[in-house]
Design a binder for this molecule. Structure first.
Ligand SMILES: Cc1cc2nc3c(=O)[nH]c(=O)nc-3n(C[C@H](O)[C@H](O)[C@H](O)COP(=O)(O)OP(=O)(O)OC[C@H]3O[C@@H](n4cnc5c(N)ncnc54)[C@H](O)[C@@H]3O)c2cc1C
Length: 300
């Protein structure tokens, strides 16, 4: 069964774009078209849209800012959904030192507003592009701290379109992953923070941001680190030691500054990036007998 625009617009008040190139919605600026790109503004809209997709057997895919995905050149068959409006709200309870952020809330807005409210904990997330939903599902962070450690509960919509609250005890966060079941959509997350002086928080934010600017390529299209760090080592170190900094396939180039980044330097295709990924994995395996596992999600 096919979806048509008029039935979607009966449910959804946000943007509905047909045959929309995903290169417009990923930080890599790569990716073929999806059948429909839809921005939902409320839980009710999301619920109705998911139920419609289930009824019509149309695949759906949630994205945030597309900062951790590589969409294939053929694109995505089905519907791509972004959470906006009410689903990107951010509210603080200063007495409880807590915050509730919608899944679509920009992570950097969350970091900034925590600082404004003299609440500490989110500093390690400074400079990470993306949304709260995308960050929670994969436990984004740095060695300074990961988002999972701040979470009190998560509210999800499961694959049947039902809303569930998952409390801290049932949640498990590990390195760049969480136990939130696949196909669950993060509607919101509740965070517990600590009181600290604004000036101390800002000092720390500036220090961490300066480190990021010094060590990561800025002004390039990319999706952050391509590979997870293998236990006890760094993917960037292994790639650097194989002499692959600056190596390229088509328009995709291994960053000379941070070897775990691949930049889209000149209209790279997803195929270019995937070939370069294979080349890196092969060389690292040959030299160090280590398998590099992807951190980015390949979609489509
Ligand atoms: C320059 C740069 C630097 C980066 N630095 C870091 C870093 O230091 N640390 C780090 O951890 N990451 C880093 N990243 C990667 C990326 O920013 C994070 O992983 C971010 O959390 C992804 O969020 P997103 O909203 O863009 O998710 P997307 O890339 O849009 O999606 C990623 C995955 O999350 C899923 N998802 C998105 N929203 C939801 C939701 N509401 N519910 C359920 N699933 C959802 C998607 O389906 C997809 O599988 C960096 C990326 C860039 C481009």
């Amino acid at each position: 069964m096919k979806l048509n625009r008029s039935e979607i617009s009966k449910i959804v008040s946000g943007k509905i774009l047909q045959n929309e190139p995903m290169s417009r919605h990923t930080t890599f600026r790569i990716g073929g078209p999806c059948d429909f790109y839809i921005e939902v503004k409320t839980i009710n809209e999301l619920q109705q849209l998911i139920k419609l997709c289930i009824k019509k057997k149309i695949p759906y895919h949630i994205i945030g800012f597309g900062s951790n995905i590589l969409v294939k050149d053929k694109g995505i068959s089905g519907v791509v959904i972004r959470l906006t409006g009410d689903l990107s709200n951010l509210n603080f309870n200063l007495q409880n030192k807590s915050a509730v952020a919608g899944g679509g809330c920009a992570l950097q807005l969350f970091v900034k507003r925590c600082a404004d409210n003299s609440l500490s904990g989110a500093e390690s997330l400074v400079g990470i592009p993306g949304t709260v939903g995308g960050a929670v599902i994969m436990n984004a962070g740095t060695k300074e701290g990961y988002i999972g450690s701040l979470i009190k509960s998560v509210t999800v919509m499961n694959a049947k379109g039902e809303i569930k609250r998952i409390g801290k005890k049932s949640l498990k966060f590990s390195y760049k992953s969480s136990n939130i079941p696949p196909k669950n959509i993060i509607i919101s997350a509740e965070f517990l923070l600590k009181k600290k002086s604004i000036s101390d928080i800002i000092k720390n934010l500036n220090k961490l941001m300066q480190y990021r600017v010094k060590t990561q390529p800025f002004g390039f299209y990319n999706a952050g680190c391509i590979f997870k760090n293998p236990v006890g080592d760094y993917a960037a170190r292994l790639i650097d030691q194989t002499g692959l900094k600056g190596a390229s396939v088509g328009g995709a180039v291994v960053s000379k500054l941070h070897a775990n980044f691949i930049n889209n330097a000149a209209n790279a295709t997803a195929e270019d990036v995937l070939k370069l990924i294979k080349k890196i994995q092969k060389k690292v395996k040959e030299k160090f007998n280590k398998n590099l596992e992807l951190e980015i999600k390949v979609v489509g």
